[in-house]
Design a binder for this molecule. Structure first.
Ligand code: ATP
Length: 202
């Protein structure tokens, strides 16, 4: 499973459709200050399901939409597509039936985000779990942003544990456990309600 192309449209400074080809081996992105290098990394995080505006250096999620410049008007939506080469068939179960996986996230002003995997509508959680199960994703320690190393050195043990869990590829299990706990709490609340009703009828 290997990223092969990132396509950005209306995402931050990339107003026109722009392709970043990710060849095998190392890909370098070089350019003057402010040309959009960090925006590319943020696009990658975002399409993998990042939902914290601060991680996108914004105040709200819609801040990723091209906000306009001297000569061009603001856009109404932003879209990022990640192409994954799955010829080795190492994608997590449920997504492993094709040689090529295409994941699209689109955000529209006042509407919010929508995701598609190979043309089918999916939930944000499905995309997040796909990447978590593949030991990568928006919070992956493989994506190192500016200032992150010093943050890691100064981090509290609990935050460091999260990073180790990501690296060990068990963060998907962590998320599933959290969801199971919420369901359990819901079931307990329902049982209490049933007991109350039975008491009232008795
Ligand atoms: P440096 O080398 O200084 O870290 P960089 O190449 O990483 O810079 P970025 O931080 O990725 O550059 O890009 C910053 C540019 O993106 C700025 O010019 C900023 O105005 C532009 N930008 C960010 N968000 C938007 C947006 N929503 N709409 C339009 N332009 C945006």
């Amino acid at each position: 499973m290997r990223f092969s192309k990132l396509r950005l449209t209306g995402f931050k400074s990339f107003v026109d459709p722009t392709d970043l080809i990710i060849g095998s081996g190392r890909t370098g992105v070089v350019g003057p200050n402010g040309c959009g290098k960090s925006n590319l990394l943020e696009a990658l995080r975002w399409v993998m399901g990042e939902n914290r505006p601060t991680a996108m250096r914004g105040g709200g999620m819609e801040d990723v939409i091209f906000a306009g410049s001297g000569s061009r008007g603001a856009r109404n939506f932003a879209e990022v597509t990640i192409h994954i080469d799955n010829a080795d068939r190492l994608a997590p179960a449920g997504f492993n039936d094709a040689d090529h996986i295409e994941i699209v996230r689109r955000i529209t002003r006042d509407v919010g985000s929508a995701y598609q995997v190979n043309g089918k509508d999916v939930r944000a959680r499905d995309v997040q779990m796909l990447f978590a199960d593949a030991s990568t994703g928006a919070h992956s320690p493989a994506l190192v942003r500016q200032g992150q190393i010093s943050e890691l050195i100064n981090a509290k043990p609990k935050s460091r544990r999260r990073i180790l869990e990501e690296a060990a590829g068990i963060s998907g299990l962590y998320q599933r456990r959290h969801e199971a706990e919420l369901k359990l709490k819901g079931a307990e609340a329902n049982l209490t309600r049933v007991d109350d009703t039975v008491d009232q009828l008795a």
